[in-house]
Design a protein around this ligand. Structure first.
Ligand SMILES: Cc1cc2nc3c(=O)[nH]c(=O)nc-3n(C[C@H](O)[C@H](O)[C@H](O)COP(=O)(O)O)c2cc1C
Length: 186
């Protein structure tokens, strides 16, 4: 059988609290179909949109939400997963999480993993156009870009508000293409 594009790769997927969180389910499935081992970390906000159980079932691995969980299979999940990752992708990335990443805050599993990993990091922002265009968000994206973080999207399209505007998360297929391109170029 031909080798799948992501065979042998470990992809950690960070999911944050935006409406597009459901699309991360397609991302996880798409990555696994290409042969990747996928682990999911979520913010508490993300669990308001999609249950951790969905990602556990789709990834076939425990999902990390609470860094303080005494029953966690990891001693320090963010360090363990950060070190194992071939690539860390945060999709969707909220304005709030982008700000934390830009500042190096690490008070949840998603942001702490971003600091703990030395793998390439891809973020897929998704938010209302007003939040995306805010100078604060733009500054944070600039900082992340300067540090070599790959920013994919957002694209112009239908937003939850009903507007056609910028802020829609890049489609999972486009994010997967970018992940493959980054890993194949290494
Ligand atoms: C219904 C609803 C939808 C939201 N959608 C988004 C979104 O698409 N993008 C975003 O940046 N914030 C969105 N927010 C706000 C975030 O959930 C909020 O800033 C939260 O603190 C994000 O936390 P997290 O980054 O830790 O997940 C939404 C809030 C609500 C109540």
């Amino acid at each position: 059988m031909a080798k799948a594009r992501l065979d042998g790769k470990v992809i950690v997927v960070g999911v944050t609290g935006g409406v597009a969180a459901f699309k991360a389910a397609h991302l996880v499935t798409g990555l696994r179909k290409l042969g990747a081992e996928v682990h999911v970390v979520m913010t508490a906000g993300a669990t308001q949109f999609v249950a951790a159980l969905t990602f556990r079932a789709l990834s076939q691995h425990p999902v990390v939400v609470d860094m303080w969980d005494p029953h966690s299979p990891y001693d320090e999940a963010h360090v363990a997963l950060g070190e194992r990752a071939s690539l860390y992708v945060i999709a969707p990335a909220t304005a709030h999480t982008l700000a934390k990443l830009a500042l190096g805050l690490a008070d949840d599993a998603v942001s702490a993993t971003a600091l703990a990993t030395r793998a390439p990091v891809v973020v897929a922002p998704a938010m209302a156009d007003s939040m995306y265009e805010h100078p604060t968000t733009q500054d944070h994206l600039q900082s992340l870009r300067r540090r070599g973080v790959h920013i994919t999207g957002p694209v112009v399209g239908w937003l939850a508000s009903g507007k056609e505007a910028v802020g829609r998360m890049a489609e999972p297929e486009a994010i997967i293409d970018e992940i493959c391109a980054i890993l194949e170029a290494r």
